[in-house]
Design a protein around this ligand. Structure first.
Ligand code: FES
Length: 343
């Protein structure tokens, strides 16, 4: 379902990130913390769909807010950042996504965010602090430098307000002349999880992870190796099914994709391993079959003939289709040098 909503305000969060404060709308205001909206954009006559997460909490903020980070060269994020102004209407979906939480007081939680991956986590974090007086959160937040930390002041003030319940550690790969007391100037690594678990393993922590693929994989593997059960770890590849454009922030590797029978003929294109095959196909000018973009409808399914593909989410394919080798391209990220697919 698509709805028109008005932008009430635009807040500049960092040089690259901004929040669109939306009007209250009956189809949107019942969102869950951590969910996202599909944005349906018409950019120079081309239909562009992107997913962006709520950074607000439905329990705390009167108006819903969506935070977006500009991606260098990114079509949609720069269009939104350059063209939109308060009073404009945008076309969006109703809220989507399973990267959310229900109220369970007394939890020990580890959140791991990379760059704009903080957006859904910030929504969840604020909600837990407000609704669960005995829950304790540690946030590992990775960024390039102090200037690129989205919600830095807000997190500082939440930490002061909830001294015994929130601990934020910033992992920064560059030191731009400003040394943060709670900053560690290197990349996040498995030893950081070891240290965390040494202290908190007794409390059976649960984890929420959102960021670039490589960071999510490392964090998830580290936690599983330290005994955290897979079902206690929730992950989100930025937002939605990874059909966004934020992945362009990170190192790139490519896969050659061959579809044997697209409109009756073979096609080949190069796919970025940091995004879904469907997104790469669109970038290459091939409009493959799709509909929901959220791994739910099955419209983008193809058969994997050879190569490796990681389906981030799948709510559409039953076990027998998986056994037959079907995969979803809207949530499938390529992992091998070559992928052969067939309709
Ligand atoms: S487009 Fe609906 S499952 Fe991929």
């Amino acid at each position: 379902m698509q709805v028109q909503v008005k932008i009430e305000q635009i807040i500049q969060e960092t040089r690259e990130a901004f929040t669109l404060v939306l009007e209250r709308h009956p189809q949107i205001e019942k969102y869950q913390p951590g969910q996202f909206l599909n944005f349906f954009l018409d950019i120079k006559g081309e239909e562009v769909v992107r997913q962006y997460s709520f950074s607000t909490s439905p329990y705390l903020n009167e108006n819903p807010g969506i935070t977006i980070k500009r991606v260098p060269g990114g079509l949609a994020s720069n269009y939104l950042g350059d063209q939109l102004k308060p009073g404009d209407n945008i076309e969006v979906s109703t809220p989507n996504g399973r990267f959310t939480t229900s109220t369970k007081n007394g939890r020990q939680i580890l959140m791991v965010a990379g760059g704009s991956g903080i957006t859904p986590l910030y929504s969840i974090l604020k909600t837990i602090l407000a609704n669960e007086p005995d829950s304790i959160i540690s946030l590992f937040y990775a960024n390039r430098n102090a200037d690129s930390i989205i919600f830095r002041n807000q997190l500082d003030s939440l930490e002061r307000q909830h001294e015994s319940r929130l601990k934020v550690t910033h992992f920064l790969s560059e030191n731009n002349n400003e040394t943060l007391d709670n900053g560690i100037y290197r990349r996040l690594n498995p030893k950081d999880f070891q240290k965390y678990m040494d202290t908190y393993w007794k409390h059976n922590p649960e984890a929420f992870i959102c960021g670039p693929d490589s960071m999510m994989k490392m964090s998830q593997e580290a936690l599983i190796n330290l005994g955290v059960l897979d079902e206690r770890i929730k992950t989100e590849a930025f937002v939605g099914s990874g059909f966004g454009e934020n992945a362009a922030d990170y190192e790139e590797a490519f896969t050659e994709v061959i579809i044997e029978n697209f409109n009756g003929a073979p096609v080949t294109f190069s796919a970025n391993r940091n995004q879904s095959v469907l997104k790469s196909a669109f970038d290459a000018g091939f409009r493959l079959k799709h509909s929901c973009l959220e791994s739910m409808c099955g419209a983008c399914k193809v058969r994997l003939l050879s190569g490796k593909l990681d389906m981030k989410t799948n709510y559409a394919l039953p076990g027998d289709e998986l056994d037959q080798g079907y995969v979803l391209l809207c949530s499938g990220f390529p992992e091998s040098d070559v992928l052969k697919l067939s309709y």
